[in-house]
Design a protein around this ligand. Structure first.
Ligand code: NAD
Ligand code: TYD
Length: 348
């Protein structure tokens, strides 16, 4: 039996990765290691929490001693590292929290892996989950490849770039077996409503303004979260040691067009008259240092590992909206309390 620690497994993407591994690999023992920050929610995993190959451990990756104790107890063969502070806007108001979790936390995990694995790396793997934001911004044309030079602009992307460099440095210096994935923007069920798509779904339901930063012409490349989890599974099992893989769906949308598509589908599903939700669109002050365009060239993972997204954007968006409509308790729970203070400060 393989033992695998998945960090950040109570978060948006992590919970889908944990579910994928727990259900698909009954012979693996999956340990979900998560600090349960505002973004972590065990309700995301209700359906699998009773599985015999699943364990939850509450721990903060900035606490090196605790992480080493946990690794000594569970002796993981694999680590899939997703725990992070993940929201660009929060990184602008509190960069240090991003350095602590994303940089120091990652180095603590690398050190703990190195210590328990010693010199024998056979059957061991550290899979670092990163983002396309480390590459900086594109102009109107071009795509990010694995060879694109890192050029981060936000404190979030700077902290993720730094963690990527440490992961590679541990491979090059100590021979630690690593793989890395750099994925584009995800969307889907369980997405915390501080990010564009779930924030707009929540606001449409509550007839609140849909805040569009700047002129709305910023472009992101969107991938359904379950397709990201499938890519992580593939790279974890078949990726080449020491390599990184860009993950994306060749699915670029300008923010304003994406929000209009979302409005159209929401009006239909809610039985509201056409055009009702778009009336809520409100242009607001731009994000400082806002990257114009992200777009992933996913040729390598397609050619080498046969990866393809399984869901079209229209279908994925429809499934996502349906999930939020069926899970309004989840939305109510995560938008009570601290979320209200965050929202007021960010959008007043
Ligand atoms: P999220 O914010 O939804 O979840 C992060 C999880 O990490 C939460 O469960 C939180 O409790 C946990 N966490 C935070 N700080 C911690 C700490 N100090 N110790 C232990 N646990 C801690 O994030 P997400 O959107 O699911 O992103 C997961 C990973 O994927 C991140 O590394 C992110 O950089 C990367 N990524 C995200 C996207 C995206 O579109 N969301 C795209 C590409 C890559
Ligand atoms: P976001 O979901 O925060 O992801 P990221 O910044 O990591 O790409 O934002 C996606 C895009 O939507 C980005 O260009 C910023 C924009 N945006 C808005 O226009 N309004 C908002 O309220 C938010 C949260 C984002």
């Amino acid at each position: 039996m393989k033992s695998i620690v998945i960090t950040g497994g109570a978060g948006f993407i992590g919970s889908h990765v944990v579910r994928e591994f727990v259900l698909k690999y009954p012979d693996y023992q999956i340990i979900n290691l998560d600090a349960l920050t505002y973004a972590g929610n065990l309700a995301n995993l209700k359906d699998i929490e009773g599985c015999s190959n699943y364990t939850f451990v509450k721990a903060d990756i900035t606490d090196a001693g605790h992480i080493l104790d946990i690794f000594k107890q569970y002796l993981p063969d694999g680590i899939i590292h997703l725990a992070a502070e993940s929201h660009v806007d929060r990184s602008i108001s509190d960069p240090l929290a991003f350095v602590m979790t994303n940089v120091i936390g990652t180095v603590n995990l690398l050190n703990a892996a190195k210590e328990i694995w010693g010199e024998d790396f056979s059957g061991k793997l550290f899979h670092h989950v990163s983002t396309d934001e480390v590459y900086g911004t594109l102009g109107d044309t071009g795509l990010f490849t694995e060879q694109t030079a890192y050029d981060p602009h936000s404190p979030y992307s700077a902290s993720k770039a730094s963690s990527d460099h440490f992961v590679r440095a541990y491979h090059d210096t100590y021979g630690l077996p690593i793989v890395m994935t750099n994925c584009s923007n995800n969307y889907g069920p369980n997405h915390f409503p501080e990010k564009l798509i779930p924030l707009c779904i929540h606001n449409i339901l509550n007839n609140k303004p849909l805040p569009i930063y700047g002129n709305g012409k910023f472009t992101r490349d969107w991938l359904y979260v379950i397709d990201h989890a499938r890519a992580i599974d593939l790279v974890f099992h078949r990726g080449k040691l020491g390599e990184s893989y860009n993950v994306g769906g060749f699915n670029e949308w300008q923010n304003i067009d994406l929000v209009k598509e979302l409005c159209k589908q929401m009006d239909e599903k809610l039985g509201r008259e056409e055009g009702k939700a778009t009336q809520l669109i409100t242009y607001v002050k731009d994000r400082p240092g806002h990257d114009l365009r992200y777009a992933i060239d996913a040729t390598k993972i397609n050619k080498e590992l046969g990866y393809q997204p399984s869901v079209t954007f229209e279908e994925g968006l429809s499934r996502t909206i349906d999930w939020y409509l069926e899970n309004q308790d989840w939305l109510d729970q995560v938008t009570s309390g601290e979320y209200q203070n965050y929202y007021e400060k960010q959008y007043q």
